[in-house]
Write a protein that binds this ligand. Structure first.
Ligand SMILES: Nc1ncnc2c1ncn2[C@@H]1O[C@H](COP(=O)(O)OP(=O)(O)OP(=O)(O)O)[C@@H](O)[C@H]1O
Ligand SMILES: [Mg+2]
Length: 365
């Protein structure tokens, strides 16, 4: 009897692993939705110039072995006992598209999606793993520019389709095997970010993840991912530019970037502002294109910034000024129970742990 009672009370556990280009992060959460506790976290930072030889970029099995070795190391250090975990796949390794289908019986949707997806996905469908989610459509009267739509169009459903090449999936499966991890799922990191930052309200918002090697931009509405894009540069390029223009060692350039950022208006800001402006103009284009293509109203209430570079001094204010939106530095630990003493450090590392926290939360749903 006692055992059964114990079993019923046992808390769920979720372990998330984010294999980024500059660092690997691991988070273990306990509890259930609404009452989540942080049980362990760990990070191993690799290089400040990840593009040369990174966890993601090289096809070499050596990189998989390295990633696996580091995962084992973090697991050991953070004293994470369970072998079961979920890993994230970067946006730059996936294709996102939305397709519109007529209203169909549930059992016919999968076939219809893989048939339609062929037109949009630039590689043979046999070489990718497809996933999809139905985007709840708005009542017809709310559709932007839908004035002349026929009755049958109103019954259409929009579906977000995500494709990940088999080759990418196989790499993660191999890393998990080498690290002695039982992989319970893989998910594209946009979904992890959305889980980390979605609140139970109706609003649409953007998440910009400023990683080391790539910047991902996701559009979220009512907790669902509408679309995601990736730009092939981010924080490491900023350091590279500072190092080049000021003829500094990369390590020193990285230090200056983190310490001074945009607050150094004479030296650092002029070097990195053109890169930030490029990201801003991409963000604006992405939102405009989405509105135009989907012919949907999209009122972005705020922008959450994540990734290590979200902490760049002065970035929040600059984005606020340029995008004219509320900007929030994402802290995925905000609604998670932790030791109070950890709060300052978790606030600091929060933006770069957003993916790992979001994946771990998946297991507690
Ligand atoms: N205070 C700071 N100011 C500016 N940049 C910072 C700061 N702290 C960390 N970074 C940058 O954040 C980057 C690491 O961020 P993150 O951990 O999100 O990257 P990643 O997940 O490994 O990369 P990617 O998502 O591109 O694969 C590093 O390039 C580092 O320079
Ligand atoms: Mg990342």
């Amino acid at each position: 009897m006692l055992n059964i009672f114990k079993f019923l009370k046992r808390e769920k556990r979720g372990i998330g692993i984010d294999i980024g280009t500059s660092a690997i992060k691991m988070v273990e959460l306990k509890g259930r939705k609404g009452c989540i506790k942080l049980s362990a976290y760990g990070e191993f930072q690799r290089s400040i110039f990840p593009n040369k030889q990174s966890f993601q970029s090289g096809p070499l099995y050596l990189l998989e072995e390295e990633a696996a070795r580091i995962i084992k190391l973090i697991k050991n250090e953070a004293q994470i006992k369970s072998r079961k975990a979920v890993m994230s796949i970067p946006v730059f390794s996936s294709f996102f598209t939305t397709i519109t289908l007529p209203s169909l019986p549930k059992e016919e949707i999968t076939d219809a999606i893989s048939f339609q997806a062929r037109q949009y996905i630039p590689v043979p469908i046999s070489e990718v793993v497809l996933d999809w989610s139905i985007l709840k459509s708005k009542p017809p009267h709310q559709n932007f520019g839908s004035g002349g739509k026929k009755e049958k169009d109103r019954n259409n459903i929009d579906v977000l389709v995500v494709a990940v090449p088999n080759e990418v999936v196989n790499r993660y499966v191999r890393i998990a095997q080498l690290a002695d991890i039982e992989l319970s799922a893989l998910e594209v990191e946009t979904f992890s970010l959305a889980r980390s930052f979605s609140k139970e309200d109706d609003s649409s918002f953007l998440i910009i993840d400023f990683g080391a090697n790539s910047t991902s931009i996701s559009i979220i509405r009512r907790g669902s991912v509408l679309m995601a894009y990736s730009l092939n540069f981010s924080s490491a390029r900023f350091t590279e530019s500072i190092s080049k223009f000021l003829e500094l060692e990369p390590k020193k350039a990285e230090e200056l970037k983190r310490k001074q950022g945009l607050q150094d208006k004479d030296t650092i800001a002029p070097i990195i502002l053109p890169l930030i402006d490029r990201i801003i103009s991409e963000v604006e284009k992405i939102v405009d294109n989405y509105r135009r293509k989907q012919k949907k109203e999209l009122r972005i209430k705020k922008v959450i910034i994540a990734g290590g570079m979200a902490n760049l001094p002065g970035l929040k204010n600059y984005l606020e000024e340029k995008l004219k939106k509320e900007i929030e530095i994402g802290n995925p630990f905000l609604n998670i129970k932790t030791l109070p003493i950890l709060s300052p450090v978790l606030k600091q590392i929060g933006p770069s742990f957003a993916v790992a926290v979001g994946i771990a939360m998946r297991e507690l749903e």
